[in-house]
Design a protein. Structure first.
Length: 426
């Protein structure tokens, strides 16, 4: 067996960390098939550790967002960033794979480039929406950009960046296999009642900003349902696995203080829940959802669950973003579709009354619900490089899924050949 390669791999948020765990597993599987080895170190969450990452920095210690939030946590972020740079200098990996999380990863890319270490960037930051000036950082420090939305490939290639659309990892995932009855039993829910999912985000600050208004909306929906003679609905909140124990306790206390007579179940990810987690089960079985802007909106779209997109940030962050964002929509489903197919309630429009107004027409069978579900099915086809599903989920066959494609490209940088689909070959 040849000497093992060393790979730096880094993810800083719940969605990226989930992809990181899948990628680690795919890389290790393919290396084992060829009798090769590699050591993986970097930043990630527990799922990446379980998949084989030697963790230098915990993802949950870096997952903050917004201008004011970053400033407040800057000393800790800088300390952990220096630890990552020191580990890279000491170990000199053969390859670096950076997953999303641009504020930290662009700075790491500069250091990696200076050391002559090839950089793969998986999951593009939304430079096409704002901060287009950052394209210079990609052009200078990133060897290959692996994008998960089809329109991103052209954006980068027009600017001289080597980029490939590899497909969206979530589009490769089979729909949840857990039955409604089993899901109800595991989470103390009534399978005969209507369930509505609340997804407030994966970071503590997002949850703090988004969840109270979601619960207020849930209260209005609850009373409206009862007044219409329906059984009371139940609400589920999947918690991101990157939340610390202390952060989960804060969420529990928040829900306990706000829920009044509502039935709200907090769903906690466990290692047994897999890399994607329990959010997919909640979205699959819920009648409809209220979803904070982010990766969860893509997951809701791919599952076909009717939903409303909401989001709120600090006034300073919003004022700056409003001046520089150049895209017509916030929700990724709308950007992919090229039109407004799901409602967007952002900042001041994000109120309980507005949520109820937009969500209630989606609950009964009828034209509004059917129309949205048809549009979401079209989005799923656009995000998959194999919309028929014939190639199976990621990890099966010769680089059919997004994760497989990224693994194959990474192996090529390590000098280890592996079959890769023609669409992503050099």
């Amino acid at each position: 067996m040849s000497d093992p390669k060393t790979v730096f791999i880094s993810a800083g948020e719940a969605s990226g960390e989930a992809y990181g765990a899948l990628l680690l597993s795919a890389l290790k599987k393919r290396l084992e098939v060829q009798g090769r080895r590699a050591a993986f170190f970097g930043m990630g969450g527990q799922r990446m550790v379980d998949a084989g990452l030697e963790r230098v920095v915990r993802a949950e210690d870096m997952a903050v967002m917004g201008i004011t939030e970053v400033v407040r946590h800057l000393p800790r972020i800088y300390r952990e960033f220096r630890r990552l740079k020191q580990a890279i200098r000491e170990r000199r990996p053969s390859l670096a794979i950076l997953i999303d999380f641009p504020d930290i990863h662009f700075k790491l890319a500069e250091e990696l480039h200076r050391l002559g270490i090839p950089v793969l960037f998986f999951v593009s930051p939304q430079l096409w929406a704002w901060k287009k000036r950052r394209i210079k950082l990609v052009q200078k420090y990133v060897d290959r950009m692996l994008v998960i939305f089809p329109f991103e490939e052209q954006f980068y290639r027009e600017r001289g960046v080597k980029a490939e659309f590899v497909g969206h990892p979530l589009a490769d995932m089979p729909l949840p296999s857990i039955s409604r009855e089993q899901f109800a039993a595991e989470n103390n829910l009534d399978p005969e009642k209507t369930w509505i999912a609340l997804l407030p985000g994966s970071r503590a600050k997002e949850i703090h900003d988004n969840l109270p208004e979601m619960i207020h909306a849930a209260t209005l929906l609850f009373h409206n349902y009862l007044q219409q003679g329906n059984p009371e609905p139940q609400f589920v909140i999947p918690l991101a696995p990157t939340l610390t124990v202390q952060q989960r306790h804060k969420v529990e206390n928040m829900v306990g203080n706000l829920k009044q007579s509502l039935t709200i179940r907090l769903l906690r990810d466990s290692r047994a829940a897999g890399a994607v987690g329990r959010a997919s089960g909640a979205l699959f079985h819920a009648r409809a959802s209220i979803v904070a802007s982010g990766t969860a909106t893509v997951e809701a779209a791919l599952i076909g669950n009717p939903f409303v997109v909401v989001y709120r940030v600090s006034p300073i962050t919003y004022a700056i973003a409003k001046r520089v964002v150049t895209v017509p929509h916030v929700a990724m489903a709308n950007l992919i579709a090229g039109k407004r197919i799901v409602p967007e309630l952002i900042q001041n429009d994000f109120t309980a009354a507005n949520i109820v107004q937009q969500l209630e027409p989606l609950l009964p069978d009828g034209p509004p619900r059917q129309s949205m579900m048809q549009e979401l099915e079209r989005v799923r086809g656009l995000l998959s490089t194999d919309p028929t599903g014939k190639n199976g989920p990621a990890g099966e066959g010769d680089a059919h899924g997004a994760i497989d494609r990224v693994a194959a490209i990474a192996l090529s940088y390590l000098g280890i050949p592996f079959p890769v689909a023609e669409s992503v070959q050099s």
